[in-house]
Each structure stands twice: as structure tokens, then as C-alpha cells.
Design a protein around this ligand. Structure first.
Ligand SMILES: Nc1nc2c(ncn2[C@@H]2O[C@H](COP(=O)(O)OP(=O)(O)OP(=O)(O)O)[C@@H](O)[C@H]2O)c(=O)[nH]1
Ligand SMILES: [Mg+2]
Length: 564
């Protein structure tokens, strides 16, 4: 995994070597991986098999984790120390056993693990996944197995090779090591057995937990959490300057309280005697990092100013903006591409899109709307990232309509919907009208039943962004919803203001037009901002009963007030 934002800000190499030891794999880099999400688990198993491991027990439904009942390990905290007691329901991990007859040197030479991805060389580190299920927590969200499966997908996307995983049921996470000491020992054995280089936790770890776990696992094993993994994927994927700045900033803010490696590093060099010196070094590192954060924030501010100007320019023509939101891999980019002929990268993997793309959709009746593709969401989305992408997500908050794209063929569609709604709530966009789209209907076993269910509900449309099925209904539904956010107007447009009539057709929905001796009478729904532009012509109707006959004032005075 790489946190290669060094190139962006040229920090002191010392800091980044010390704090991102995995960066020692120089040349490691990012890039799209070619894998099929739905085949991911199969691939992990296949890959493990190729490399000379046998899997004790694998089911393709839940291949990564085989949660057998075994002695429960309940961690109790007595005077700050963790005591482990045997219990009932701690699951066993899948165990990968090394084949004895495989020659490691041939099979797994260091060189073999550099893969070419997206034109860049990526070092495929061996990763081990760890999760915690909270006992007694009534949750309708992701089960721990599902969450770990998703973590495996994320790890794969980041270019890591998942060699195994485990989880523990706990009443509450251990404040020192997140998991119990028995689990720590078990993972240590797995690290030795599979030569694990990175242990990834499914939840965000505190700086202290991270430090304690790194010490416990020892050697050069890196410990990271879901947040760091997602940050790394974002770092790999950031294609624009603004996205790169946002990710770099989020990474630095994430790292700031976690600057620990320096003194451990020095301590190790001199037998643990220079802690004080190391601590001073950390202070220096923190100061440098804070300065860099300040520089990044300023740069980001100026990039945002430019984007805002561009957006304001776009808004000068009040075409309604419709934003596609949804869980990662739901099919948002595919939908945008199909409707607009855009060429946004759409792939069967997580976080293919980071930067918003906006394209114009033209309807057969002449009206238009702008469709914006945005970054996908995920459960347990780190708040640092929501905050970092807040500016990009402004696109969402300024839209007239949110289209929530759901991969209805996904077994966890309901949970994904909940996760998206949670993020939307954080973004404070509850005021914006929403339309839900059940995508990938071509992949469900009984599409007819699904369509009936969609009809029964309000604001749900079934589509296949891939085959194009249901896209006309989708556009109609978008128009209907947009109408809700528009205001009804009746105006008399002077003949020399013909362009206003075509703009009304473009941005609104015309219900009636009639030519009169004083101009064109139009009855339509238009965006509020545009309705204001029409105010003088609406006044022309003088508050009388709407209709062409009510226009009595002379068009000339009107033209003057319009062009003011
Ligand atoms: N069968 C089927 N596959 C689809 C459909 N829509 C999208 N896909 C596939 O789903 C995968 C993800 O699609 P994307 O459009 O990249 O998904 P996204 O929501 O933009 O994902 P992120 O950018 O990661 O948030 C791709 O492999 C698409 O080909 C559909 O209607 N049917
Ligand atoms: Mg996308």
C-alpha cells in the first residue's frame, strides 16, 4: 500500500520514511486493478492456492471467514491490564496452511510481487484482516462477515494480497489493543505463518491502539485501519489536482496524532534509551506536518475559488442540476455514460470515481438537465474523508434533485441504502428532493416482481444502466421530480424576447404557449432563479386571472424592465 503524497508537497524525506515505513517499497504506486468484485473472493482463494497455500475450509458464500464456534475470549480490563477468559463464541479464522512441497523462493520471489497496474508498478503486500463484532449490539447494518468481505475488496483495490482474516466478538473493544490479548497472539502466529506485512483492522483505531498493536506484532509489520486503507485508495485514484490536494490533506490530518514511528525507530536503534530524544523529534515532525497542512489548505482554497467561479458561470443559465449519489459500485458512472455519452471510468471495483463530472442530458421534449456523477459512499466512511470531500460534495448540496442509485442486485442493497442515507444526513442535504433508482435489474432473478415492488413505492424507478432498460422512465421521473422544485409562472413575453421562450423550454417545463397581439403568453414551471428573471413579464399580467387576454400593458415598457 502506498501513501505517496510526498511528490505533492516535498516534505522532509525523514518524516515520511519514518512515519510511512511501507513507503520504503519505492516505485510502489497506484492504479486501477483489473478484478471482478463478484469474483473477488474466488480470486483470493485461487491466488492463495497458486502461491502454495491450502485453505482449511472454504465456502464461496463466505470464503474469507470461516466463523466456527470456539472458546470465547472475553476481554476484561482490570487495572488497565487485559485479562483473557475462555468463553463461547469467538470465531476461528480461516487458516491458510503452507504446502510443504512448495519452494517459496521460486514461487514467491520478491520480484514477482511487483505488479503493473495502470501503467505503474505496484508492490503487492500480504495483508491480514481483523474485525470486531460488538456483542449485544442490535444492528441492522453490515454483519461482520460482510464487512470483512468488503474490507477484502478494499484491500484488493489498494493492491494488497489478502492472505487471511479473523474476527472477535467483544462486549467493547479493548482500549489498548482494540482486540483481546489472545487474539493478538493468534494474529502474531498468522503473521509468522503467512509472512504477513500488513494487518488491517476493519474499524478506525485510536493512535494509542495503533501504536500498541504495532509493538505487539513487532518487526516491520504495519498496522492500519479501514480509514487509512480508504485514504490510500483515494490517494491512488485522485486524478485531478483538487482531489489530490484533498486526499493529501486528509492523510496528513489522519497522520498528525499518529506520529509515532520516529521514536520507536530511534529507540530500536539504541536499545530503548533515547525516548526523550525521539519525543523531541516527534514535536519537530508535528510542527513540520502542521505547516504543510496549512500550505495545503491555502492551495486548496485557491483551487476551490476557481471551481466556484466556474460553477457560478454554469449557474448563470439555470439548467437544473441532478446529482447521482449512492454506494460505491452501484452504477452511477455507467448511468451518466449511458445517458450523456460521457466517458467516465466505470469499473467493477470500489471508488472508481473520485471527481465529480457534469454532463447535459437533453430530453426529447427539448428540456434539459445537468447530471453530475459524484464519489461513491461506503459504510464506516471516515468522517475525515466526508469532511475532506465536503467541497467536492458541494455539487450535491447545490443540486435541485438527488438521484440515489442502488445496486438492487447486491445482497446487501438494504444496508447499502442505509449507509448512503447516513452519509447524506451528515452532509445536511435532507431538504433536497430525492429519487431512488434500483439499478442492475438485468441481474436480478425476478425483475418483474421487483418492478411491481418499485411501482408500489413512491419515488422508485427500476433501470439497467448497462442495457438501457428503464432509462426513458427514469428521465420522465426526473422531470416530474424537478417540476416539484420549480415554480409555476405565467408570463407574456414580447416578440423581440424570443430567446427567453427557448430558455424556458430548456430549463423548465412548458405547459401552454399562445400567441397574442402583445407577445407570447406562456404557462410553465421554471426554476425559482429563472422565475425571478421573468418577474417583469409576470407583472404584466397584473395579478389578474392568468391568461393571454389579461396582458394589457405595452410590451415596450416591459422590454425596458427586462433588460435592466
Ligand atoms: N449488470 C449490470 N452491471 C452494471 C449496471 N450498471 C453498472 N454496472 C456495472 O457495475 C460496475 C460498477 O459501475 P460504475 O458505474 O463504475 O459504478 P459507480 O457507482 O460509478 O462506482 P464508484 O465510482 O466506485 O462509486 C461496472 O462493472 C458496471 O459495468 C447494470 O445496470 N447492470
Ligand atoms: Mg463511478
Amino acid at each position: 500500500m502506498s501513501l505517496c503524497f510526498c511528490s505533492l508537497i516535498s516534505p522532509s524525506p525523514l518524516i515520511y520514511e519514518a512515519n510511512f515505513p511501507w513507503n520504503l517499497n519505492l516505485n510502489r504506486s497506484s492504479g486501477p486493478l483489473s478484478f471482478s468484485t463478484h469474483d473477488n473472493n474466488r480470486r483470493i482463494v485461487a491466488r492463495v492456492a497458486q502461491r502454495g497455500y491450502e485453505v482449511d475450509s472454504v465456502s464461496f458464500q463466505s470464503p474469507i471467514i470461516e466463523a466456527e464456534e470456539e472458546e470465547e475470549v472475553v476481554d476484561k480490563h482490570i487495572n488497565g491490564d487485559v485479562v483473557t477468559e475462555p468463553g463461547e463464541d469467538t470465531p476461528k479464522p480461516v487458516r491458510f496452511r503452507k504446502k510443504r512441497d512448495v519452494d517459496d523462493d521460486d514461487d514467491e520471489s520478491f520480484e514477482d510481487r511487483f505488479k503493473l497496474r495502470n501503467g505503474k508498478e505496484v508492490f503487492e503486500e500480504k495483508a491480514y484482516l481483523v474485525g470486531v463484532e460488538r456483542k449485544g449490539e442490535i444492528s441492522d447494518s453490515f454483519a461482520i462477515e460482510e464487512s470483512l468481505k468488503e474490507l477484502a475488496q478494499l484491500a484488493d483495490t489498494a493492491g494488497l494480497m489478502v492472505v487471511g482474516s479473523t474476527y472477535q466478538k467483544l462486549a467493547s473493544p479493548n482500549p489498548r489493543t482494540y482486540i483481546g490479548s489472545g487474539k493478538v497472539a493468534e494474529i502474531k502466529s498468522a503473521i509468522r505463518a503467512f509472512e504477513v506485512e500488513t494487518v488491517i483492522f476493519d474499524d478506525e483505531l485510536s493512535p494509542g491502539q495503533l501504536r500498541n498493536l504495532e509493538k505487539a506484532f513487532g518487526g516491520d509489520v504495519r498496522v492500519c485501519d479501514r480509514t487509512a486503507l480508504i485514504l490510500d485508495i483515494f490517494n491512488q485514484r485522485a486524478a485531478t489536482h483538487e482531489a489530490a490536494l484533498q486526499v493529501a490533506l486528509a492523510q496528513m490530518e489522519y497522520q498528525l496524532p499518529r506520529l509515532t514511528k520516529m521514536w520507536t525507530h530511534l529507540e530500536r536503534q539504541s536499545g530503548g534509551k533515547v525516548k526523550g530524544m525521539g519525543e523531541k523529534q516527534i514535536e519537530v515532525d508535528r510542527r513540520i506536518l502542521r505547516t504543510q497542512i496549512g500550505v495545503l489548505k491555502k492551495e486548496l482554497e485557491s483551487v476551490r475559488k476557481h471551481r466556484k467561479q466556474y460553477r457560478n458561470h454554469r449557474f448563470s443559465i439555470p439548467v437544473p442540476v441532478v446529482s447521482l449519489v449512492g454506494y460505491t459500485n452501484a452504477g452511477k458512472s455507467t448511468l451518466l455514460n449511458h445517458l450523456t455519452g460521457a466517458n467516465v471510468l466505470s469499473e467493477d471495483r470500489l471508488f472508481a470515481t473520485l471527481d465529480p463530472t457534469t454532463r447535459r442530458v437533453q430530453m426529447k421534449n427539448g428540456s434539459e438537465f445537468l447530471l453530475t456523477d459524484t464519489v461513491g459512499f461506503i459504510q464506516k466512511l471516515p468522517t475525515t474523508l466526508v469532511a475532506a470531500f465536503r467541497a467536492t460534495l458541494e455539487e450535491i448540496s447545490e443540486s435541485s434533485l438527488l438521484v440515489h442509485v442502488v445496486d438492487i442486485s447486491h445482497p446487501l442493497a438494504e444496508q447499502q441504502i442505509d449507509a448512503v442515507e447516513k452519509v447524506l444526513a451528515e452532509l445536511d442535504v435532507s431538504e433536497i428532493p430525492k429519487l431512488m433508482v434500483w439499478n442492475k435489474v438485468d441481474r436480478v432473478s425476478d425483475p418483474q416482481k421487483l418492478k411491481l415492488e418499485a411501482e408500489r413505492r413512491e419515488d422508485v424507478v427500476c433501470i439497467s444502466a448497462l442495457t438501457g432498460e428503464g432509462l426513458q422512465e427514469f428521465c420522465n421521473a426526473v422531470q416530474e421530480k424537478l417540476k416539484d422544485s420549480m415554480v409555476p409562472v405565467e408570463a407574456l413575453l414580447p416578440f423581440d424576447k424570443g430567446e427567453l421562450l427557448s430558455t424556458i423550454h430548456q430549463v423548465g417545463m412548458v405547459e401552454k404557449t399562445e400567441y397574442t397581439e402583445n407577445g407570447t403568453f406562456v404557462k410553465a414551471f421554471v426554476p425559482l432563479r429563472f422565475a425571478r428573471l421573468l418577474t417583469p413579464m409576470r407583472q404584466l399580467l397584473g395579478g389578474e386571472t392568468a391568461g393571454p387576454k389579461s396582458g394589457r400593458r405595452k410590451p415596450t415598457s416591459l422590454v425596458a424592465s427586462v433588460s435592466r
